[in-house]
Write a protein that binds this ligand. Structure first.
Ligand code: ADP
Ligand code: MG
Length: 717
């Protein structure tokens, strides 16, 4: 042993360590290139493996040579080649685990183990190749083996651990690892040599000194290593340029989007900072997990099935996905998954590029809600009101069904027209001018308008016109919401008429009293004169006077009805006999005028609260009017119908009827179309019905007939 140590040439050892360091640096350079760039992977791997294998071998070879240059003569060339080959093979196996993307702890173990094997194998075979008979100190050998293993493990770890890999490939990592590895190799050589004991010192063959061969081997090795260094530098230079582009793209991608890489089974192998940020998972927590961990349960199974089918067939998938973050909150991502394919077109990994669209989704959701609300409001409006939109000039652009219904125009007829088409001429020009002034300046207008429908009938609408303003505050369209108030207007008209009646009544009351007194004396004296009168002519005149007095008297009496205070004495009475009585009273007159008078009554008893004599007057008026409306004869039909708590008494004739425009005049004092009429009958009758808490409705069609419907509240027995 002393001989061995004593005789080695230090300069050879220094050269050997230098070469080994260079070789392992080159090898590590290539292996790290594989990881960072991903191009020319196979070439880099072979180069790296070869370089490392040569590195280990040259250390061993030169170490042995340095011990005894003479030994070279007995060198066994095939064994040497074998040792190189085995060294390279073990190195290859050592670095194979680092070929993939994910690095686990056992990868370091395997790497370290195979590198140790490589060193030991080259050492052992090298000793044999030198024709040395050796004995091994097993415990020491094992201990040293473990030490070497530890060193390799450490250097691999600092080189490949994800942290250092990620933190930007610090430049010092490679040289340090290379030095540690070389140290491990050198240590392997020298210490292992110590663990071996050469038993036969020499089996000297031709012990000629042949340093030339040593130098040749040295030269070749240097040549190989230099070649490898040059090629690795060239490759890394070339890669660096493509890599910078790639790195720029990656940096841009990383800063702007959420990036994740998964293997073909969906296991996450890489995520960027943005991914961590949005998913709230730390890198350590998520790497190695299946992507399903983010499933929010929102999408159907078919959705993901389709996704997988697409990417598995090598196609790009795009879509919007709702994911669940670690804290249980949801986020929406617009996702593009790009499959990376191998030579056979099978995906080897998937890159998912996502952007956060949660805000947009929320806005969409909000929009959907408001839209739905709008639709609901529109529906409610359509159901309840007459709706029309016009443009800024008043041209109708859209109307709802109710609009068509009331105006009797179809949509086709009304769209594109202006609201003038509905003008009934009821309102003044100033009224509409004011309307336009209000809405034209962006204010809401409210009012009541009488419109004319297509068929010429009128309807009243309570109208609200809302201008829709553009950004400059100018109206670009108007929404008119109307409600039918025709009925209310009619009631108002009736009320108005009744007010008139009351006024007439007040006046009449005063006048009637004053007239009745002189009339009574006139009547008395005229009758008195009649008693002694013998002259038939004079007698005739007196009769006329008395008749006329009677006529004036009835008119005055009618007036008195109006004038009388509202409180009438109502008694509960059966109305059927009252009607029957009037009908039979008028039967004779009807027959004279060729009118058939009939009375229909389902009930025999209909109790109502009434003043019998006044009601009689009402029926008399209506039936008489009916008979008078049929100068050429006809049918007059009286019938009663019980409806809820009312009795409807209708008096229907087949007479001349009443034109529409005249219907409103009915009931006005002194409105008559008859020569001998006084135009008070209907007025008085309406008044009486009103005092009975009843109502009268008229239906009439010229030349067909008229029906007066009287509604009176019944008494429930
Ligand atoms: P008068 O009978 O004295 O004319 P009324 O008040 O009874 O006064 O009637 C007023 C007017 O109403 C009548 O002149 C007639 O024009 C019209 N009228 C009333 N009843 C009818 C009817 N059944 N058919 C047609 N017109 C009627
Ligand atoms: Mg009359």
């Amino acid at each position: 042993m002393n001989a061995l140590l004593g005789t080695f040439h230090p300069y050879i050892i220094i050269i050997a360590i230098g070469l080994t360091t260079m070789a392992s640096y080159t090898a590590l350079d290539m292996f790290t290139l594989i990881r960072t760039s991903g191009q020319n992977k196979r070439l880099l791997f072979l180069g790296g493996t070869f370089s490392m294998g040569i590195g280990i071998w040259i250390m061993n070879f030169m170490g042995l040579i340095s011990a005894d240059t003479n030994r070279f003569a007995s060198y066994h060339i095939p064994l040497t080649v074998l040792s190189i080959f085995i060294g390279v093979a073990f190195t290859g196996m050592a670095f194979l685990p680092f070929y993939g993307k994910v690095i686990r702890f056992y990868h370091y173990l395997i790497g370290g183990l195979f590198l140790t094997f490589a060193v030991i194998a080259i050492q052992v075979i090298g000793l044999y190749a030198m024709n040395l008979n050796v004995k091994y100190n097993i415990p020491l050998f094992t201990l040293l083996g473990l030490l070497i293993f530890g060193l390799f493990l450490f250097s691999l770890w600092i080189l490949f651990s994800p942290k250092s890999y990620k933190q930007g490939h610090q430049i010092w990592l490679k040289p340090i690892s290379a030095i540690i590895i070389s140290a491990a190799i050198a240590e392997g050589h020298f210490l292992l040599k110590r663990a071996t004991v050469t038993t036969s010192d020499l089996v000297r063959g031709s012990s000629t000194e042949t340093p030339f061969f040593i130098y040749l081997v040295l030269f070749v090795t240097v040549l190989i290593i230099c070649g490898l260094i040059v090629s690795s530098t060239l490759i890394s230079k070339q890669l660096a340029t493509t890599d910078t582009n790639l790195k720029d793209i990656k940096a841009a991608l990383d800063s702007s989007t959420i990036v994740a890489i998964t293997d073909p089974y969906g296991t996450i192998v890489f995520v960027n900072d943005k991914f961590e940020e949005i998913s709230k998972y730390k890198q350590e927590e998520i790497i190695g997990k299946n992507h399903r961990i983010l499933n929010s349960g929102y999408h159907s199974k078919e959705f993901f099935k389709d996704l997988w089918q697409t990417i598995q067939s090598g196609k790009i998938w795009r879509g919007e996905i709702r994911n669940k973050a670690k804290d249980g909150t949801y986020y929406w991502v617009d996702t593009t998954i790009v499959p990376f394919l191998d030579k056979n077109g099978k995906p080897i990994q998937y890159i998912a590029i996502r952007s956060d669209i949660s805000d947009r989704k929320r806005a969409e959701e909000h929009l959907k809600e408001t839209l739905k609300e709008n639709i609901d409001i529109k529906f409610a409006l359509d159901q309840s009101s007459i709706v029309a939109f016009t443009d800024e000039r008043g041209i109708i652009t859209s109307v709802n069904d109710k609009f068509c219904e009331i105006s009797k125009y179809s949509r086709e007829e009304i769209l594109g027209r202006d609201h003038n088409i509905l003008n009934s001429g009821h309102h003044s020009k100033v009224y509409f001018k004011d309307l336009w002034k209000t809405i034209g300046t962006g204010h809401v207008w409210k009012g009541e308008i009488r419109n004319r429908a297509k068929d010429g009938t009128y309807y009243w609408v309570d109208t609200t016109i809302v201008p829709f303003l553009d950004e400059q505050g100018k109206p670009y369209q108007y929404l008119a919401i109307r409600n039918d108030i025709t009925e209310r207007k009619q009631t108002e008209e009736v009320l108005h008429r009744q007010d008139k009646l009351a006024a007439v009544g007040q006046l009449a009351a005063g006048v009637a009293h004053e007239i009745r007194n002189p009339l009574t004396s006139m009547k008395g004296y005229a009758e008195f004169l009649q008693l002694d009168e013998k002259d038939p002519d004079r007698m005739e005149f007196l009769n006329i006077i008395l008749d006329e007095i009677e006529r004036v008297n009835t008119i005055v009496e009618d007036f008195m009805v109006l004038a009388k205070p509202k409180v009438v004495e109502l008694e509960e009475k059966n109305v059927v006999p009252v009607i029957k009585n009037v009908v039979s009273l008028l039967e004779f007159e009807a027959r004279k005028k060729n009118v058939s008078l009939s009375f229909d009554c389902n009930e025999e008893i209909i109790q109502i609260e009434c003043d019998e004599n006044r009601l009689k007057q009402v029926f008399l008026n209506f039936i008489k009017n009916g008979i008078e409306a049929m100068p050429n004869g006809g049918d007059l039909h009286v019938k009663t119908i019980i409806q809820d708590n009312n009795v409807q008494i209708s008096i229907q004739d087949s007479g001349v009827g009443i034109p529409k425009e005249k219907l409103q005049k009915l009931g006005e004092p002194f409105y008559t179309t008859k020569k001998n009429g006084n135009g008070l009958g209907l007025m008085v009758s309406f008044k009486i019905i009103e005092s009975h808490n009843g109502k009268v409705f008229v239906e009439s069609e010229p030349n067909k007939g008229t029906t007066f419907n009287i509604f009176l509240p019944t008494k429930i027995a």
